[in-house]
Write a protein of this length. Structure first.
Length: 178
């Protein structure tokens, strides 16, 4: 009599497919690219939110999907991370945070000269992910912010020059009566 060996039944196989666990689906969502951001301007402190610590936080947030865990791994508290997110000048940081944990497809806000000069001063920091894990941070000067600021300044200067010419009467011939 011949014996036929069948492969052992895998634990996941059953007659009816099991419903996927929604918690595992959220955790399995991998962020492969985090948008570059301008760090929040804060007072320089060794134990505070430095630009590098902000970038590391975002990288670890993408890896862990948990604010408390990411903040703890960079030596900060969850509450201070949320306070940093609410600070003035945190638009880029907040947008990167939302790109990681928020809904996709958020609109970019209109940028005025203040945030442009902030981007020129600090540059951009981009956390780097490999296979869903945070591996480092890239810091680059933001040349597009310089170009945008220069074009805005040129536009304002051109308008101001045109207004000044109109008010002083340049280009008009004055006639003298004798």
């Amino acid at each position: 009599m011949k014996r036929i060996s069948l492969p052992p039944e895998s634990p996941g196989r059953a007659d009816a497919p099991a419903a996927p666990d929604p918690r595992k689906q959220v955790r399995s969502r991998r962020i492969s690219r985090i948008p570059a951001f301008t760090p929040v301007p804060v007072r320089a402190r060794r134990d505070g939110w430095t630009p590098l610590r902000q970038a590391e936080f975002l990288g670890l947030l993408a890896e862990t999907r948990c604010v408390k865990a990411a903040a703890g791994r960079v030596g900060m508290s969850r509450e201070s991370a949320y306070r940093l997110r609410k600070r003035r000048g945190a638009a880029g940081f907040r947008a990167a945070w939302d790109a990681i944990v928020g809904p996709p497809g958020t609109l970019r806000p209109k940028v005025s000269l203040g945030p442009l000069f902030q981007r020129i001063l600090y540059g951009t920091y981009r956390p780097v992910m490999r296979a869903g894990r945070y591996v480092g941070t890239i810091h680059k000067p933001d040349n597009s912010a310089v170009r945008s600021a220069l074009s805005n300044i040129d536009r304002v200067a051109t308008r101001a020059g045109a207004r000044r010419a109109e008010t002083k009467g340049h280009g008009k011939q004055k006639t003298r009566s004798a």
